[in-house]
Design a protein around this ligand. Structure first.
Ligand code: 164
Ligand code: MG
Length: 332
């Protein structure tokens, strides 16, 4: 297979504020594999280094280190320290080898099945209604970004406005300490609309999160703690049976993730890494299908993020057309 790589850059409509900091541009790499018969397969490398994946620079170095004509052994040899690269290359290979028109023309996910990502704090209050009107019924609000009292006031205002059947996810990105996590969970306990509190503490606080899960009624979800398949395995082995948020685009080889999900009844929320339609459509066709995971159909997918971007080119289904727009960004 001939391997080619093109870098992309994609600005957010407005910076995404999380406990990790400010994120204003999504950068990644598209992968194109072409076999001797001229068949092509596309993949995407979408690093999230603050989640524990490799950096974009390390992913570029991987692309530059691979032979121009590679085979599956070269892909399998990609180190576990490069999980976004493992995902991008294997999904491109899979897409070429398994070109299954049935899977490639799946209808895209509809808003009622998608959790809409809201801004942190006050911004969430003005943002939820237009998204509700588009059909979203589950929302995610970032916390652990601003001052506690102000964020809890914004949360109280938001849940006061949300219709009773709405569901709200709070995501702390590991930015809370024990006391603030308890205060958030005390407040969540009186609001049945709260579906779960995501990553309240840092991944190093795993035992403390197990204690929080036992002490409070609101479900907890791990995200940064299970960023890669290796981390997911470890948390499962250490006894986590709560929700896990899986960002497949940074989790490593999709074949290995698929096998794990088929062997363990994991309560999965599939979550976007703010990747383009290239990775998203692969994840939809090859991972989120019911036979591949223990995920509960009532769990909205963490893919309600299109409104964070303003450039439809990246949302189109045709990877080939998107590839053509990146002619100036080849990685040699
Ligand atoms: O999971 C979702 O509902 C949407 C995606 C999402 O929330 C995130 C994507 C990427 C990085 C983070 O800012 C954030 C998260 O922490 O889950
Ligand atoms: Mg998260």
């Amino acid at each position: 297979m001939r391997a080619e790589f093109r870098e992309y850059r994609r600005a957010f409509r407005r910076p995404l504020m999380t406990a990790h900091g400010v994120w204003s541009e999504r950068r990644g790499i598209l992968v194109k594999l072409t076999d001797a018969a001229g068949r092509t397969g596309y993949g995407e490398i979408a690093p999230l280094p603050w989640f524990g994946s490799e950096t974009l620079e390390a992913a570029i170095a991987l692309c530059q280190s691979l032979p121009e004509f590679l085979d599956l052994a070269d892909i399998r040899a990609i180190a576990p320290t490069l999980p976004a690269g493992q995902f991008g290359l294997e999904s491109a290979w899979d897409s070429l080898m398994q070109h299954d028109p049935r899977k490639s023309d799946l209808p895209d996910w509809e808003p009622p099945h998608l959790s809409a990502l809201l801004p942190a704090g006050e911004g969430a209050i003005s943002a939820w209604k237009p998204l509700w009107d588009r059909g979203h019924r589950t929302f995610k609000q970032k916390i652990g970004v601003g001052e506690l009292a102000a964020e809890q006031a914004a949360f109280a205002e938001l849940v006061g406005q949300l219709p009773p059947r709405a569901r709200l996810r709070l995501d702390a990105n590991g930015g809370l300490d024990w006391d603030t996590a308890c205060r958030w969970l005390e407040q969540c306990a009186v609001h049945p609309q709260v579906e779960f509190l995501e990553q309240p503490l840092a991944p190093s606080q795993f035992d403390a999160m197990l204690k929080l899960a036992e002490r409070f009624p609101t479900s907890l979800a791990l995200d940064e703690s299970v960023a890669t398949l290796a981390q997911l395995r470890t948390c499962w082995q250490r006894g986590w049976r709560g929700v896990v948020v899986i960002k497949a685009a940074i989790a490593g080889f999709p074949s290995q993730l698929r096998a794990f999900c088929q062997q363990h009844p994991v309560d999965i929320v599939w979550s976007s890494a703010l990747e383009t339609a290239v990775a998203r459509r692969y994840i939809q066709a090859h991972l989120v299908q019911p036979e591949n995971s223990g995920n509960r159909p009532d769990r909205a997918l963490g893919y309600g993020v299109a409104h964070w971007f303003c450039d439809p080119a990246f949302e189109q289904d045709s990877a080939a057309a998107l590839w053509q727009t990146l002619t100036a960004s080849a990685i040699a």
